[in-house]
Design a protein around this ligand. Structure first.
Ligand SMILES: Nc1ncnc2c1ncn2[C@@H]1O[C@H](COP(=O)(O)OP(=O)(O)OP(=O)(O)O)[C@@H](O)[C@H]1O
Ligand SMILES: O=c1[nH]c(=O)c2[nH+]cn([C@@H]3O[C@H](COP(=O)(O)O)[C@@H](O)[C@H]3O)c2[nH]1
Ligand SMILES: NC(=O)CC[C@H](N)C(=O)O
Ligand SMILES: [Mg+2]
Length: 512
């Protein structure tokens, strides 16, 4: 098949794969390469257009990632996003970038001056998602400013003659409300590509790849009860059948009743052998006294692998470990050359350096909503496909400071109330994630005319599509009230409930 290709050059951005995924959604083929790919290779790829991603560096510092200047001579459209726009301004004559007086993170009101080309059919006033500390002070020769926000005068720029565009905001994230229209315009109005690539074959391609990777070998899969590992194990099972055994680890950091529920659901719905490992003591022993979030994550990642190794030994001849790793786990763990480590997800950045088992990760480059689509295609039960995500390190990263069984019980009890209330309000599926966090502090209250000195519970509920960006959910006041009342009345150690109203960025969904 002859595909038009869009080349994404990655400057270490958090959202580079998200750009690729948007393009997949439009049935267009895309490839990602590191920013330092040689011009010769680019010519070989022969892309119809290039997109520069965002990135954590500042173009104003020496040695910041660049690109072969020859890309501007290829005669194809280029779209620079965030760092990518700043780099264009830096490299092309007359442009200038500087550190902004104030960074701009999260939601911003975008005012568009030219509703043509990139912005065709985009409203003059719309919402964009920002995450930058630098900005373009002077646009290069041949460019004009086509949009602004209150804090950024050059929020978008265009050289209509050469078809070079730069946007300071992120059209690829969902919180840029008309971002998809802009990318659609870039692909189909500016570049004019064919939409002939198709994701329906994804599962078949993966099945073939897995068969080739593992051959006749035996395989275990870390099954958590979450959607990612359920879908991963279902694909692997389709590929290699009874060569696969699933392992569910109870590390003591699960929610109330979770172990029983996972055993029940998967025991009934899956015809894959499932081994339950009670590893509560060993995880909690190793975590005792540990407060630093990355240290917790590394210990948990390491202990998981030790458990998997031991279980693999018992089965004999096991050479492979399936994990339901998805792209947000990879990128936040600093998984590409230039990307910053935001947090080490236990299944990626938290893995030990030496591994006996080879990883099989059929979902590594996909996002959660794509994984859910595959889950539906495979016919998995709705309660698995639409379960809210729950991080592998579990409640360990929702207890700030050190962890012990008493605190785990407090948090389990508070969290169970949150889950119940959200479900009773009919909001469970609409909300991406909702949960309780137990911080390492106490405050004074008064209950029954007595002084109390207890823990607060932090309530967190967010909307997202892919975990890459998120906004806090506007929960109804009545619901907030009943969650607060019930927690304070039913969990004796807690005397206060607060609600986290921070988006991602600048926050993250979890607290650690
Ligand atoms: N308790 C557990 N027992 C075994 N494997 C686990 C456990 N928790 C996590 N894992 C492994 O780590 C991977 C990553 O965890 P993660 O929470 O991101 O995915 P998930 O639990 O499958 O889905 P979700 O993100 O919806 O919770 C899982 O897919 C699974 O392979
Ligand atoms: O399996 C996981 N292992 C981890 O170490 C981990 N850390 C965060 N998460 C989940 O990832 C999504 C993004 O989380 P953050 O905004 O907190 O980074 C959210 O859905 C988080 O719940 C994890 N999942
Ligand atoms: N998201 C980005 O690409 C950020 C670009 C650059 N690091 C800045 O802060 O301005
Ligand atoms: Mg999980």
């Amino acid at each position: 098949m002859d595909y038009d290709k869009i080349l994404i050059l990655d400057f270490g951005g958090q959202y580079s794969q998200l750009i690729a995924r948007r393009i997949r959604e439009f049935n267009v083929y895309s490839i990602i390469r590191g920013h330092n790919v040689k011009l010769e290779e680019i010519k070989e790829i022969d892309p119809a257009a290039i997109i520069f991603s965002g990135g954590p560096d500042s173009v104003t510092t020496a040695g910041a990632p660049g690109v072969d200047q020859g890309v501007f001579e290829l005669g194809i459209p280029i779209l620079g996003i965030c760092y990518g726009m700043q780099l264009m301004a830096q490299l092309l004559e007359g442009g200038e970038v500087e550190k902004a007086e104030h960074g701009e993170y999260g939601k911003a009101d975008l005012e568009i001056f030219k509703a043509q080309n990139l912005f065709e059919e985009v409203d003059n006033q719309s919402q964009a998602w920002m995450s930058h500390g630098d900005h373009v002070k002077e646009v290069p020769k041949g460019f004009e400013i086509i949009a602004r926000t209150e804090l950024t005068s050059a929020a978008a720029m265009a050289d209509f003659k050469n078809n070079f565009y730069g946007v300071q905001f992120h059209p690829e994230v969902n919180h840029t409300i008309q971002g998809k229209t802009m990318l659609h315009n870039f692909l189909f109005k500016i570049v004019d590509v064919k939409a002939n690539w198709n994701m329906a074959d994804y599962i078949e391609e993966e099945i073939a790849r897995i068969r080739k990777q593992v051959g006749q070998g035996k395989v275990i899969c870390g099954l958590s009860g979450g959607v990612d590992s359920a879908v991963a194990s279902a694909i692997v099972h389709k590929a290699i059948g009874d060569q696969l055994t699933c392992i569910f680890v109870d590390h003591g950091l699960l929610r109330k009743g979770e172990a029983e529920q996972v055993k029940r659901t998967f025991g009934e719905e899956f015809n894959i052998p499932l081994i339950y490992v009670d590893a509560k003591k060993r995880f909690l022993d190793r975590l005792a006294g540990v407060t630093e979030p990355e240290a917790k994550r590394k210990i948990i990642g390491d202990e998981f692998i030790q458990v998997f190794d031991e279980e693999a030994e018992k089965i004999k001849d096991v050479g492979y470990l399936v994990q339901g790793t998805i792209y947000s786990d990879v990128i936040e763990s600093g998984g590409t050359d230039k990307a910053a480590t935001i947090k080490s997800h236990h299944n990626v950045g938290g893995l030990p350096e030496e591994m006996n088992l080879e990883l099989v990760e059929p979902l590594r480059f996909l996002f959660k909503d794509e994984v859910r689509k595959i889950g539906e295609v495979l016919g998995l039960p709705k309660e698995i496909v639409w379960r809210q995500p729950f991080p592998g390190p579990g409640l360990a990263i929702r207890i700030i400071g050190d962890i012990d069984w008493d605190k785990l019980e407090i948090l389990r009890n508070a969290d169970a109330i949150v889950q119940e209330e959200i479900k009773d309000a009919g909001l469970y599926r609409d909300i991406w994630q909702s949960f309780a966090v137990l911080p390492d502090l106490r405050s004074v209250g008064v209950m029954g005319d007595e002084r109390t000195y207890g823990y607060p519970i932090i309530l967190r509920a967010v909307n997202s599509d892919d975990a890459m960006t998120a906004d806090w959910a506007r929960l109804p006041y009545e619901l907030l009230q009943s969650i607060s009342n019930r927690i304070v009345n039913q969990v004796p150690e807690v005397n206060r409930v607060v609600y986290d109203i921070t988006s991602k960025p600048p926050g993250t969904i979890e607290w650690e």
